[in-house]
Design a protein around this ligand. Sequence first.
Ligand code: SF4
Length: 574
Amino acid sequence: MSKIIRINMTTQEIKVEEVNDEYKMLGGRALTSKIVFDEVPAACEPLGKYNKLVFAPGLLSGTSAPSSGRLSVGGKSPLTGGIKESNAGGISAQKFANLGIKALVVEGQAEKGKYFLLKLSEEGQKILPADDLVGKGTYEITEILRERFGRKVGVITIGPAGDMLMANAGIATNDAEGNSSRYAGRGGLGAVMGSKGLKAIVIDSARTFDAPVHDKERFKAAAKKFADILLKHPVCGEGLPAFGTNILMNIINEAGALPTRNFSRGRFEKANEVSGEKLAEVAKARGGKATHACHPGCVMRCSNVYPMPDGKVCSPIEYESAWAFGPHLEVGDLDAVAKMNYICNDIGLDTIEAGAALGVLMEAEIIPWGDAKAAIKVLEEIGQGTPLGRIVGQGASFTGKAFGVTKVASVKGQHMPAYDPRTCKGNGVTYATTPMGADHTAGYAVTANILKVGGFVDPLKKEGQVELSRNLQVATAAVDSTGLCLFVAFAILDNPEGLPTIVEMLNAQYGLELTVEDVVTLGQKILKVEREFNKQAGFTNVHDRLPEFFNEDLPPHNVNFGITNEELDEVFNF
Ligand code: SF4
């Protein structure tokens, strides 16, 4: 990958830049976070002209490395006010990499009310008017653009939530079948894209696994070995391909860590009704799929294709989305969960934050607990931009302030997902301390806490949780830079050959002799850069805390979070 594309939305100027030496061995999150740190004033208005939106495929994206098609998107978050990296599957990262694009930097702002799309292809880059796409949902936009530019193009787009600059707006990408529901969902980066007047990016490249590789034979051998490592692991090779991420619903419920009725208890009596097992059964019976790859070359195929009663298809329903619209709201109806997921995908909203904001409305008694119809109506109002919809579209913290609800499980303005930090304490440490705001993917301690992957750290005791979260946050930052799907982490944690094989793929691709220690150092450097950005944006240790209601006990285990502020401050001691 050899170039950085820079588009100035104020002047419509496009520049193609050589990659400087410092950026050469950065990709994905490492590159988006470094560019944001280097170029975005930390104190700037996230929806103003000084913020930038950066897209970067991972270092291995565009090669035949298994499950390596993640696309990182970075910028200053309108939801948290801090640095944000959010990554998505779909086909776009591979297309970026095959066009030789290491990063796309979007800066400036188009004239108010004007919208554009950017087309990237072998022939070069073009900015085209896109006013006709404004107000439309992501499914329709993606279909229009595939019709206009070819069925195989990658489409990155925002929906009405991004047009309306909602702090919970995400950025959608499509899979190989054209379904636009892969999301860089968290942190409101869709609003940043909307604020720039960039409605969509079309990436036209017929190539899939054609990124330059220094030593093809060495790379092929390492990629094959890595695929074997993934397929032999019980989670990567059996659990995820059979039931997707929602296999977690019954497991987390059993562990007493399934946040139910806005984190009031850790078990939901109807968990099985919205579980992965149920989803697979219904999806298959209706002609859908229990397993599906979000991009070519994924061997774990964790996605699903769920046909809904109205004839539309929701794909995928992830565990965290099923939680947000299910147990969190006391909804035990899978079709209702699918409908809410579908609406969010179409409007362009992060499902976790959307479900969390609905939970706040239920806490405020604006709509009743368990009332899926009322929740669906509110989500539709977000797309319509009604006053209530505009409040809820700003996320759970904002909705809490609007309706006087203080029991909101957010950190740095971002709501936590489907694992209660009192009974999965390692995740609690991650929620509190990651620079991203409460985010399970930043240091997924469910591994050792509940799944017993990579060892076992008792989820109900505080011993070992800080170290666990630290190690996972460092490793995750590095994995997020390779373009590999984070789910490879299950196999890496259990198989001592896992990480060295990733390093071997990198060395074969780039002609280097990196070591495992170099990769750990990279993860630490990324976190330091992100923490420094946040510090300059005004964050202190006080922001690395959980909301105080986590000091109260959670049934059925009746434990509180219990990790002290001093212990939390030890996470970044490197
Ligand atoms: S494991 Fe799932 S999310 Fe990850 S790349 Fe494969 S299909 Fe996409």
